[in-house]
Design a protein around this ligand. Structure first.
Ligand code: URA
Length: 195
């Protein structure tokens, strides 16, 4: 009898290794290391940010800087830990000086994210910030108008959230994010993705 679980883990490891050695776009020339993602690859909730920053590039783990600390707080507020979710980014390598990722860099990197979706088949994908929301949900989305709403696209449920870093610059967004996380909790309880 085939062991689906072992195959899944092997496929996910293989994908992460391909990301770590990727040289498909110019970002590999300036990165310290690629950041495939972290957390539980069996999780039903997937968070997608923009791209690794300085700390992430050094450690090889997404959201470990100040924005990551706030994200951890938001997760804790709905009784989730980093180990209960999987988190990754649109581009897996740090854009130099934290500049915005370029269109061609995102397009070249997106197939990795699509493979992650296909293997994980998450119940909910939460985009963090406008780059991820525009790329994954709708190019015409506006976070200020559309945050916290649920979208169904090609059978997959998405929720657009402000980037936690935005709340570090604009304190009033902290409560907005906290409220949106409460909505996520309600949704996840409804579909029994968390207990
Ligand atoms: N911001 C992101 O979008 N991703 C990270 O991994 C860290 C900061």
């Amino acid at each position: 009898m085939e062991n689906v679980e072992v195959d899944f883990d092997k496929n996910f490891d293989e994908l992460e290794n391909r990301i770590k050695s990727c040289t498909l776009c110019g970002l590999h020339e300036t990165r310290t290391q690629a950041v495939p993602g972290a957390g539980d690859c069996h999780a039903k909730i997937l968070f997608v940010g923009e791209g690794p920053g300085k700390q992430e590039d050094l450690k090889g783990i997404p959201f470990v800087g100040a924005a990551g600390n706030f994200l951890n707080e938001l997760l804790e507020s709905i009784n989730l830990r980093r180990e209960d979710i999987y988190i990754t980014n649109i581009v897996k390598c740090r854009p130099p000086s934290n500049r915005d990722p370029k269109e061609d860099e995102m397009e070249i990197c997106l197939p990795y994210l699509r493979e992650q979706f296909k293997l994980m088949r998450p119940t909910l994908i939460c985009t963090l910030g406008r780059f991820a929301a525009k790329k994954l949900i709708d190019p015409n989305i506006f976070i200020s108008r559309d945050h916290g709403k649920l979208y169904r696209k090609k059978g997959q449920v998405f929720c657009a959230l402000y980037h936690p870093a935005a709340a570090l610059y604009n304190g009033s967004l902290k409560d907005v994010l906290k409220n949106d996380f409460m909505l996520l909790k309600e949704f996840l309880e409804k579909v029994r993705a968390v207990h």
